[in-house]
Design a protein around this ligand. Sequence first.
Ligand code: CO
Length: 187
Amino acid sequence: MTAQVVVEKKKLEKPPLEIHYLGDRVLRSPAKRVAKVDQSIRQLVQEMLQTMYSADGIGLAAPQVGVNKQIIVIDCEPDNPEMKPLVLINPVIKRFGRALCDAQEGCLSIPGVYMDVSRPEEVEVAYKDENGRPQTLKADGLLSRAIQHEMDHLNGVMFVDRVENGLALTEELKKHGFSSQAVKPIK
Ligand code: CO
């Protein structure tokens, strides 16, 4: 038997989950694999989606709501009621495309901060859906970027760790009330 996760795409006055912000340790610990996709996981997925839509986001990873599990929700078309959101449980990147591209990113855990990040343009990912069924997906463009950004969260990595212009980043973070000491530059 399978159960659908159905969530209306709207802003709730009181979203079910609380989003944690840059500087919070919970964002820095690697998430654990989900052993079994059951009703409690689907309940969490539903609440993550409601929280994401309420915050005007297009992606949310479980560590951002203080849950140490490998779960991601993504919806690149939050204004399109026909478009089903994507739920990735225990996602694994199978292949990165060779070409890199730069684009601006933001994060619900670092509100107001937008910076360019370089990432592989294409990605192929294997995961389980909200019914525990194995799936694979090839993505490019915004979806590919969202998948990579959210999967970083599962490894305790924030997009600001990948920003190359450190001076501009420090300034941008400061402007929005964040400390650059919370950044852990990659490489
Ligand atoms: Co994020």
